[in-house]
Design a protein. Structure first.
Ligand SMILES: Nc1ncnc2c1ncn2[C@@H]1O[C@H](COP(=O)(O)OP(=O)(O)OP(=O)(O)O)[C@@H](O)[C@H]1O
Ligand SMILES: [Mg+2]
Length: 373
């Protein structure tokens, strides 16, 4: 089954053709990063206008790269939630029109499902069920339990900022370019991650909170450079030495990674039957996170860099031992961590396999926010 997939929920205009959920026949992504680097963040109206200009050429290119015409496409899939209102509208209106024109079934896909299903692409061995998925992106920080395909239970979520948003905001304070995640990762390589002690939030069980960490970095910088807490954050970067900047980047990254993995580890203890851990979403591209996650599981690579083995060390205190022998830790190929349409095609395929019916192209709506289900 060949699916033409469209993604436009934020600032990437993307189209891809995916065969049987995992085979990438084409994958085209036009990013608006260059436009928004100038502003230091996404401006929704500008994003929508850029999608409008790019979307048809991107779709045509994806068909051309796959060397296919509309006759060979079995279905269209599109992201309809969550995301920026104008951006989602451009993608869904285009997909609806194409579905009607070419008489193809249309599938509406939740963006976070797509981030999880990115892990099935370019991965020799796929995640096993039941699994835990840590989805970490610009707008979300959640742990989900999946007992099987297309079954999602949110078992932890952020109370405020997403971790990607926190990377972006801290980068801005440090005077590093947008998008903040990759900038901090690069800067952190030069820094001492133990120089500044930053707090872990006190939130229940498997939930997260990242707005306090951002403020903690701000206060620590103000203290370090000797200015009052009323000092404007956008003026701070120029007071930092190169060394202070990279030490702050490294200390922040270490703290964010520790917080994420602490919670994932707790989830693993609470759900001892899981066979795979999936870490997906834009922040999952972070190399330090990947390395630390592997260490956490005391993995041995056995030749496959993306799919490594872990074994729990201690038997459960209650004597029950229903742990699988191995826990597989999987990440998407880094080129599918951020927004792309290949992951939308993968998610749509597994929805279809799970019995989901096509949506009505005349009435499909968008939702800027809505939980995964
Ligand atoms: N190497 C990295 N380290 C840390 N963060 C990163 C890295 N690369 C990208 N990011 C962060 O990932 C985020 C973008 O991810 P993604 O594209 O999945 O988010 P989004 O689509 O905007 O939000 P959502 O998926 O929640 O709707 C940004 O916050 C960016 O800074
Ligand atoms: Mg995303």
């Amino acid at each position: 089954m060949k699916i033409l997939a469209i993604e436009s929920s934020c600032d990437e205009t993307a189209a891809a053709v995916i065969e049987d959920g995992v085979k990438i026949l084409s994958n085209v992504v036009v990013s608006q990063i260059d436009i928004f680097a100038e502003y230091g963040g996404v401006i929704p109206e500008v994003a929508a206008r850029s999608h409008l200009e790019a979307i048809l050429p991107v779709i045509h290119k994806s068909l051309k790269e796959a060397d296919l015409n509309w006759n060979s496409i079995d279905a269209i899939a599109v992201t309809h939630t969550p995301g920026l209102l104008g951006s989602l509208l451009v993608g869904t209106l285009t997909a609806r029109t194409l579905a009607i024109l070419h008489n193809k079934p249309l599938y509406a896909v939740h963006h976070l499902k797509s981030h999880i299903y990115a892990t099935w692409l370019n991965n020799e061995i796929k995640p096993h069920f039941p699994l835990l998925a840590l989805v970490i992106s610009g707008g979300h920080t959640q742990i989900l339990y999946m007992k099987e395909h297309n079954h999602f239970e949110i078992i932890g979520t952020t109370h405020d900022d997403a971790v990607g948003e926190c990377f972006d905001k801290v980068a801005k304070i440090l005077g590093l370019p947008y998008p903040g995640g990759p900038s901090i990762a690069t800067e952190a390589k030069k820094g001492d991650e133990n120089r500044y002690k930053l707090p872990h939030p006190k939130v229940n069980e498997l939930d997260f909170s990242f707005s306090g960490l951002k403020t903690a970095v701000l206060r620590a910088i103000q203290k370090e450079v000797g200015v009052p807490i009323s000092y404007p954050s956008h003026e701070l970067a120029k007071l930092l030495s190169e060394k202070q900047r990279s030490d702050f980047a490294a200390s922040f990254q270490k703290t964010a990674v520790d917080i994420l993995l602490e919670k994932l580890n707790l989830a693993r203890e609470k759900y001892p039957e899981v066979k795979s851990l999936v870490i997906a979403g834009g922040v999952s591209a972070n190399q330090k996170l990947r390395e630390e996650a592997l260490k956490m599981l005391k993995n041995n690579s056995e030749g496959h860099p993306q799919l490594l083995r872990g074994r729990s060390e201690e038997p459960r205190k209650d004597g029950r031992d229903e742990r699988p022998e191995e826990i597989f830790l999987t990440f998407p190929d880094p080129k599918f961590s951020g927004d792309n349409a290949a992951m939308v095609g993968a998610a749509a395929y597994f929805e279809i396999k799970s019995g989901v019916k096509p949506t009505d192209p005349y009435s499909l709506n968008i939702a800027p926010r809505s939980p995964i289900n």
